[in-house]
Design a protein around this ligand. Structure first.
Ligand code: FES
Length: 110
C-alpha cells in the first residue's frame, strides 16, 4: 500500500539555498521531477529524463546505494560537460528511493 512506503528526508541545495525535503519512496518517476517541483526549477530537465539535455546535473553527497536508472546516455552527456567524478550525476537517472535518506543534493546545471 502506498501509505506504507517509507518517508525519505534529504537536503537539496540550489544557488546557496538549502531546502529540507521529505518525500515518500517512489513518489516521483525520478529525482529530476522531484527537484524541479520542490525547488521551482523552470528550465530543469528539458529532455524529460532521457539523459541528453544536461539540464539536470547534480552533485551527490551521502547517497547510500545505487538505485539508478540504467540509461546509456548519462556517461556520454556528463563527459561532454567535462564531468568525470562519480558524485556528479544526472538527476533524471536516479530513482527516488531510501538511498537518498540523509544525503545532500546540489543543483549544478539547470
Ligand atoms: S532531464 Fe535531460 S539529461 Fe536529465
Amino acid at each position: 500500500m502506498k501509505n506504507d512506503l517509507p518517508l525519505i528526508s534529504f537536503t537539496a541545495i540550489d544557488n546557496g539555498y538549502y531546502s529540507y525535503i521529505k518525500v515518500k519512496h517512489g513518489s516521483y518517476p525520478n529525482l529530476m521531477f522531484l527537484l524541479k517541483e520542490e525547488l521551482g526549477l523552470d528550465s530543469f530537465g528539458e529532455c524529460g529524463g532521457v539523459g541528453r539535455c544536461a539540464t539536470c546535473v547534480i552533485r551527490t553527497k551521502g547517497i547510500s546505494g545505487v538505485s539508478a536508472i540504467k540509461e546509456r546516455n548519462e556517461p556520454n552527456t556528463l563527459e561532454q560537460l567535462g564531468y568525470d567524478e562519480e558524485i556528479i550525476r544526472l538527476s533524471c537517472q536516479l530513482f527516488v528511493t531510501t538511498d537518498l535518506e540523509g544525503s545532500a543534493i546540489t543543483v549544478l546545471e539547470e
